[in-house]
Design a binder for this molecule. Structure first.
Ligand code: NAP
Length: 401
């Protein structure tokens, strides 16, 4: 009988037949979901026979949500994620004039999914702009709730902006041009600590050697500089026997331990090109994380196939997702690449502790790409590739498991 995943003191408790809500998504969402769900079910069956399975529960959002309930993000959809804890979604159209920035941002904010998790690795055969893309194997922990990204902005010319500028000049002596728009950059101890804590735990659990705090603390001392200080402090305080190093560490990181270090964001963007092997897990603020995730994905030629997840490691709530948009011109053509959603499902299996199923997905995707059986987007860039439709790519992945 299907059951609910729950959070216990020791972590997630996952039954053998969990109920997992999914949002199919808009545009190409139905094409990629149809392919992905076949891959997921095949990976579970190949790994566990009939002893495990997933009961998929569709929940409406985007166009389907609006058509069925009159709401783009229906309350019952948010409630389903709160109840079942782990879910997965395709891309959603941002409704014009809907009163919110995007359905994705709304979901992250309302469910307090404070980590945007983006693993980046190279798949043999994918064209890349760098010489040694295989040296890139990193996981980015991007803070999801604060920073200039939090949306605390006032527009140029408005009464509130004039009032704010006048107040800041009067109370702080800050000279801000009268014709400015203004944004606020909050960075808190509590949000920094929960992000860095999650990154260190992740690195330790996966025997990764380093966690790097990426920041612009040389310029923004009380926000990004403080992120660095608070990040080091929480790692020292909460993992005293497992974390080594700090600024002056040299040599091999001992087995079972992790080195916490930091780097200025612009130097980091150079070093991922020149010395990518030195980085494993990255913990960074919201805006840096946005740039860094996409720069890394581009480096491995994977911008169209990069998976992602938004997670609250304290409540256990997690939504895995395709990172691309709805590509409406390809909707219903059985043409696009479903890898981003499929690899986010691989992340979901890892999160559930179903490592064999995760590895089956990984094997299938690697082999399909290495064999050159790929969708149009990769086929047009690869020599000797055979273009297959979305459904055919899923078939190739399942065969490759
Ligand atoms: P997009 O949907 O990502 O599409 C841009 C281009 O990227 C496509 O024309 C296609 O390139 C390529 N592409 C995207 N997904 C692909 C796939 N699975 N396989 C192969 N190629 C793929 O970006 P957009 O056109 O800027 O946005 C369209 C809508 O998506 C907007 O409403 C936006 O708000 C929404 N969006 C949603 C999310 C999300 O839900 N997470 C994220 C971003 C955007 P070619 O034309 O070169 O083939």
């Amino acid at each position: 009988m299907a059951e609910t995943i729950v959070m216990k003191d020791s972590g997630l408790s996952v039954p053998d037949r969990p109920i997992i809500p999914f949002i199919e998504g808009d545009g190409i969402g139905p094409d990629i979901w149809a392919a992905a769900v076949r891959v997921f079910d095949a990976a579970v069956e190949k790994s566990y026979g009939t002893s495990r399975s997933i009961e998929w529960l569709e929940v409406p959002a985007g166009t389907k949500g609006y058509e069925q309930t009159g709401a783009w993000l229906p309350e019952k959809t948010k409630e389903a994620f709160r109840t079942y804890l782990v879910g997965i979604k395709g891309p959603l159209t941002t409704p014009v004039g809907g009163g919110f920035r995007s359905l994705n941002v709304t979901l992250r904010q309302e469910l307090d999914l404070y980590v945007c998790l983006r693993p980046v690795k190279y798949y043999q055969g994918i064209p890349s702009p760098v010489k040694r893309p295989e040296l890139v194997d990193m996981t980015v922990f991007r803070e999801n709730t604060e920073d200039v990204y939090a949306g605390f902005e006032t527009p140029q010319g408005s009464a509130e902006t004039r009032e704010l500028i006048t107040y800041l000049e009067r109370e702080f002596g800050w000279k801000i041009r009268q014709d400015s728009g203004v944004g606020i950059k909050p960075v808190s101890i509590s949000a920094t600590e929960r992000l860095v804590r999650a990154a260190v735990k992740y690195a330790l659990a996966r025997r990764q050697k380093t966690v790097t705090l990426v920041h612009k603390g040389n310029i923004m001392k009380y926000t990004e500089g403080a992120f660095r200080e608070w990040g080091y402090a929480v790692a020292r305080r909460e993992f005293p026997d497992q974390v080594v190093g700090w600024d002056d560490f040299e040599g091999e990181v001992p087995e079972g331990k992790v080195l916490v270090k930091d780097v200025i964001a612009d130097a980091f963007l150079q070093q991922i090109l020149t010395r990518p092997a030195e980085y494993d897990v990255i913990a960074t603020l919201n805006l840096n994380g946005d740039y860094v995730s996409d720069a890394l994905a581009a480096q491995v030629g994977g911008i169209g196939i990069a998976p992602g997840a938004n997670i609250n490691y304290e409540t256990g709530l997690a939504i895995f997702e395709a990172t691309h948009g709805t590509a409406p011109k390809y909707a219903g053509l059985d043409k696009v690449n479903p890898s981003s959603l499929i690899l986010s499902g691989k992340m979901m299996f890892e999160y559930l502790g179903w490592d064999e199923a995760a590895q089956a997905v990984e094997r299938g995707v690697s082999r399909a790409i290495a064999a050159g059986e790929v969708t149009y987007d990769l086929a047009r860039l690869m020599d000797a590739a055979r273009e297959v439709p979305t459904s055919g790519f899923a078939d190739a992945i399942i065969r490759g498991m």
